[in-house]
Design a protein around this ligand. Structure first.
Ligand SMILES: Cc1cc2nc3c(=O)[nH]c(=O)nc-3n(C[C@H](O)[C@H](O)[C@H](O)COP(=O)(O)OP(=O)(O)OC[C@H]3O[C@@H](n4cnc5c(N)ncnc54)[C@H](O)[C@@H]3O)c2cc1C
Length: 418
């Protein structure tokens, strides 16, 4: 594509969110769409997540990660979407309703203009340095994403015995990847009082892979000269133990891939670490939308895809009419840490009629209450597992029809359970 080309929509990030939205915009709305992805192959995280389990809710089939990624790319390209790989977008500027997208690819720099821009740059796990884990700077320390790339893309030898920091869904995915690479997982280490995955997944993994879960525990030292040889684990009660290992995987603890959004000056949600968005995925900047795990870390790929598909009408409407709404803020209180979306446009349903909540602590099964000022808008019962940190919770969003456009902000809280 030559410099100075113009299209209806540019999507930055060719993962499940970006590719699904691109396909929907090209097929249902007949818009011209360009997707940029900085990797040599589009498809996002699923490209290197080789286990089965992708695509159930969006494509109604069970795929491995790479097969799912390939299907999404092929489907978008067949629909007329132009997918540029090896192309990193470095800046988006906006002048009078037109956005200029600039970046770097194998040929140097590129430049494109678009009526609407969609940020779909995803999420990543905080590496060891960002978690401030003390100890030697040694080889053998990965995030789950890095581990999966090393195993499934670069076919590297990983080691023999691992500890995984974290006990949430993705930590169990790390255990499977380690097993695939011939590495025994010795332990999952979590600061929480119990694991955060489904009970059945936990039981199955414990039986199959024979690891222990060390709860109320922290890694307080990574020991080794060139390569990790052990970690020091410190429990909340002060007790310490050494666990021998030559691999450490830092799993979960997500941070949005938000550098581009920040550089653009889009208003951010401090809690989610991604752009703050309203019910139609609009950011604070007219014509710029944000979707996928960039704004709701980190939910399954098929749910991401469905949420992305659901905002296509809003993007197409903006391209056609240029209208930009302003919403009413939604705030949460303990144990919730944040909600997606963070703003409500009255009578405009969020994607798939749902709000997503994240919590910073466990809480027993109870009821979630939505209020606008003193007025109660809705109540939802939390599932039997209760509220679990790092595990998202869906609540029905039909209450947006009762929001008073002139009213105060909306609050979401949990009733105490007795
Ligand atoms: C280890 C692991 C295992 C998982 N296992 C499962 C599973 O079994 N089942 C399941 O359903 N889900 C699973 N998930 C979750 C799933 O992968 C995500 O929900 C999904 O990939 C999110 O899609 P996305 O499009 O929002 O982001 P991503 O898939 O992260 O895609 C974002 C894309 O944006 C690109 N990008 C970023 N910045 C730029 C830029 N400046 N310019 C150009 N391109 C850019 C990146 O290269 C990337 O391709 C797993 C996630 C992880 C990390």
């Amino acid at each position: 594509m030559s410099a100075d080309s113009a299209v209806d929509v540019v999507i930055i990030g060719g993962g499940p969110a970006g590719l699904t939205l691109a396909h929907e915009l090209a097929t249902t709305h007949d818009l011209s769409v360009v997707v940029y992805d900085r990797e040599q192959q589009a498809g996002g995280i699923p490209r290197h997540s080789k286990h089965l389990g992708y695509g159930v809710r969006d494509l109604h089939l069970i795929f491995s990660g790479p097969a799912y990624a390939e299907r999404l790319v092929n489907r978008a390209v067949k629909a007329g979407v132009v997918v540029h790989t090896g192309s990193s977008v470095t800046q988006v500027t906006s002048v009078e309703g037109t956005h200029e997208i600039r970046g770097v690819d194998g040929n140097g720099t590129f430049h494109m203009t678009a009526t609407a821009v969609v940020l779909a740059t995803g999420v990543r796990e905080r590496p060891r340095t960002a978690r401030v884990i003390p100890g030697s700077r040694v080889q053998g320390v990965y995030t789950t994403g890095e581990l999966q790339q090393s195993v499934f893309i670069h076919h590297q030898s990983i080691g023999q015995r691992a500890v995984v920091l974290g006990a949430e869904h993705v930590s169990y995915s790390a255990v499977m990847t380690l097993a695939h690479a011939g590495v025994k997982t010795a332990a999952l280490i979590t600061p929480w009082r119990k694991h955060q995955t489904w009970r059945i997944a936990h039981l199955f993994a414990r039986l199959r892979y024979r690891f222990t879960v060390k709860t109320n525990a922290y890694i307080t030292d990574i020991i080794g000269s060139d390569r990790v040889t052990a970690v020091e684990v410190t429990y909340r009660n002060g007790q310490k133990e050494l666990v021998a290992c030559d691999v450490v995987v830092c799993s979960g603890d997500w941070i949005a891939d938000h550098e581009l959004a920040m550089r653009m000056g889009v208003e951010m949600s401090k809690e989610s670490t991604g752009p703050a968005v309203d019910t139609a995925a609009r950011t604070s900047r007219a014509g710029v939308f944000a979707i996928g795990n960039l704004v709701h870390p980190a939910i399954p790929a098929d749910a991401v895809a469905l949420n992305a598909r659901a905002i296509a009408d809003g993007v197409a409407h903006y391209v056609g009419y240029g209208k930009w709404g302003t919403g009413i803020d939604v705030a949460v209180s303990d144990p919730f840490s944040y909600v997606w979306p963070q703003r409500v446009v009255p009578n405009e349903m969020p994607a798939n009629n749902r709000f997503i909540l994240w919590a910073q602590d466990f809480a027993r099964a109870s009821q979630v209450v939505v209020r606008q000022g003193d007025r109660e808008l809705a109540r939802a019962t939390v599932k039997p597992d209760g509220v679990i940190p790092a595990r998202h919770l869906w609540i029905d969003g039909t209450w947006v029809t009762q929001v008073d456009p002139a009213g105060p902000r909306i609050t979401i809280s949990l009733l105490p359970s007795y």
